[in-house]
Design a protein. Structure first.
Length: 316
């Protein structure tokens, strides 16, 4: 029997080396470093470098059918866009939830249409050098099929160096809404527009919280931008659901044997049986999670062989 809490999460204060708590670097390791004196994470967002991530796996993956929240505190030391003459426009700095295996794959390009997927992300754009684009916080949700991202509900907000900003994001599955708030040096900041996903949105699957420095490679030269920024993250946190399968309970009734499992909405569940822990075979049909208990019926007690059972769950 496997048991996990219904909700799980973590708070990272960076008071000690975060690598001891599961944080890992993917890409250019020079962009991230623990500041032991300041007890914070030093970050460089440099679009001339390869895609790079400072990430920690979530206790369990989440999708559009789950409620979750994350937040962080940010202070910028410097920020400039259009730093590459061939890419004179603005470009984002970013942090949020992603599917780590996809984000670290070679074909993932954040600045190119239809080249990224499975993101629930805070992004900030500084004004472009020619003044046609204003500074804005632009939360975005990119679906699993990589189609047009939903979001970019720009809330016009400039970020000043030497000021500590706190951002909080909370997603509610029942109304498919991502809401955000901001504080400025500990005081309430301006209102930020929510992102409401349409009913036809194809869903997302994220499994890590990450600070993201994206490459500017591959952009359309007519709209290409670049960025160089440095700053510090002094706190990050996440809260969401725990394991997608909390307990397995074996039951007998007059018709045979039944195994029941609590489920999460939006996930698919498949029971497997093995006589020897070497080979596994599916039992019955795959079933969608309901948010309640789902049962799998199989052989009657008199005919059932000895063996082992496991439940596999995945986002469709």
């Amino acid at each position: 029997m496997f048991v996990a809490s219904a909700r799980d999460g973590f708070v990272e204060s960076f008071d000690t080396d975060p690598s001891a708590r599961g944080w890992t670097v993917h890409g250019d390791g020079a962009l991230f470093g623990w500041d032991a004196v300041g007890q914070r994470l030093a970050v460089t967002w440099d679009s001339s470098r390869t895609n790079s991530f400072f990430a920690r796996q979530l206790p369990a993956p989440v999708g559009g059918g789950d409620d979750f929240a994350f937040g962080f505190e940010l202070e910028l030391a410097e920020h400039a866009v259009g730093v590459d003459p061939d890419r004179p426009g603005t470009f984002q700095i970013a942090l949020g939830l992603l599917r780590l295996s996809e984000a670290t794959a070679p074909g993932f390009q954040r600045g190119v249409f239809l080249r990224s997927s499975n993101l629930v992300e805070w992004t900030w754009f500084a004004p472009d050098p020619n003044g046609t684009i204003s500074a804005s916080v632009s939360p975005v949700v990119v679906p699993r099929d990589g189609r047009l991202p939903w979001g970019y509900r720009d809330s016009y907000l400039g970020l000043e160096t030497g000021v500590k900003y706190g951002f909080e994001y909370r997603y509610t599955a029942t109304n498919r809404t991502l809401r955000s708030t901001v504080t400025v040096d500990g005081q309430p900041g301006p209102d930020l527009d929510p992102v409401v996903l349409p009913a036809a949105f194809t869903g997302f699957h994220v499994d890590a919280l990450s600070v993201n420095s994206y490459s500017h490679a591959g952009q359309d030269p007519r709209y290409a931008g670049s960025v160089f920024a440095r700053g510090w993250i002094s706190r990050m946190h996440y809260q969401g659901p725990g394991a997608v399968t909390e307990t397995l309970e074996l039951k007998w009734d007059s018709t045979g044997r039944r195994l029941s499992v609590p489920t999460r909405s939006g996930w698919m569940y498949q029971l497997h049986h093995s006589p020897d822990l070497r080979s596994w075979n599916p039992v019955g049909q795959m079933q969608p999670g309901t948010g309640g208990e789902v049962g799998f019926e199989f052989l009657s007690p008199a005919d059932s062989p000895a063996g082992f059972f496991q439940m596999k769950a995945h986002l469709p």
